[in-house]
Design a protein around this ligand. Structure first.
Ligand code: BTN
Length: 266
């Protein structure tokens, strides 16, 4: 897979690629490499993950050769508060990558899910390391998983009605190595625009975001509140009008957003 990906990248590709046939989680490996000093743009790619992770402690099923499982180390010399829109920018970049390869643009379910036809195509897991003394970002690890070749029966029974792959969406096999190369190129373009074009990136995020205008259920620990998602602010916060008449902006670390009837009604 490594050469198949590298052959699709330009000869002067500035990012280093580390490939593993099998790993627990590319995010975990990328964080380990970042702690050891690996540079900005180090990409960790795996054919299979034995413990792929999603947001809020969820699992991300990562069967061998069926999808892209990659993480990249990003280092920006800024306060961590300045990169709150990173997951949104990566979401837009991943929608671009899928559109380029497959001529279908996925929607983005706030904040980090790629969705096609109401089903989850993939997801993004952003993990930050922040200096407690200065509040500066030490590194960000952004992990992306995209289902490529699965047929319905390849997903576990509980996911079969909620997950989908590019092959199903596009009615043609979409190889993980071709998708991985598009994703790396899209991440590189995003990297060049993250701060200089934040407003434009967030405008595109709002266009792609299927959560806006929908009724949502915010689950935080044991409490649940319903409301209508009205906007995404410049830092990626979701602005919600709650049924008690209050308006609040919620941040991704805190809550899980569901449609009123589960995943697929968004
Ligand atoms: C989610 O569904 O909440 C996010 C899923 C993110 C999955 C990707 S696969 C590559 C990287 N390694 C992980 O363990 N997770 C991310």
């Amino acid at each position: 897979m490594k050469n198949a990906v590298l052959n699709r990248l330009p000869g002067d590709n500035p990012w280093q690629l580390r490939y593993y046939e099998e790993i627990d989680s590319t995010n975990t490996k990328a964080k380990e490499l970042a702690r050891e000093g690996a540079p900005h743009g180090t990409v960790v790619l795996a054919r299979r993950q034995s413990a792929g992770r999603g947001r809020l402690g969820r699992q991300f099923q990562s069967p061998g050769g069926m999808g892209v499982y990659l993480s990249v180390i990003l280092r920006y010399p800024v306060a961590a508060t300045q990169v709150m829109h990173l997951t949104c920018a990566v979401g837009v970049a991943m929608a671009d990558a899928v559109e380029r390869l497959c001529e279908v643009r996925p929607g983005l379910k706030w904040i980090n899910d790629l969705v096609c036809g109401g089903k989850k195509l993939g997801g993004i897991l952003t993990e930050l390391s922040v200096s407690p003394q200065t509040g500066l970002l030490e590194y960000a690890v952004v992990g992306v998983g995209i289902n490529c070749l699965q047929k319905k029966e390849d997903f576990s029974p509980e996911l079969q009605d909620m997950a989908v792959s590019l092959t199903t969406v596009c009615s043609k096999p979409v190889a993980p190595d071709a998708m991985a190369a598009e994703m790396i190129l899209a991440l590189q373009r995003m990297d060049g625009r993250l701060f200089s074009e934040q407003t434009t990136l967030m405008e595109q995020y709002r266009k792609d975001c299927i959560t806006l205008g929908k009724q949502v259920r915010l689950v935080q620990g044991d409490t649940e509140h319903t409301g209508i998602a009205r906007d995404v602010d410049i830092a990626g916060g979701l602005v919600v009008d709650f049924s008690d008449g209050t308006r609040k902006t919620v941040n991704s670390g805190e809550v899980s957003v569901r449609g009123l009837y589960g995943y697929t009604d968004l």
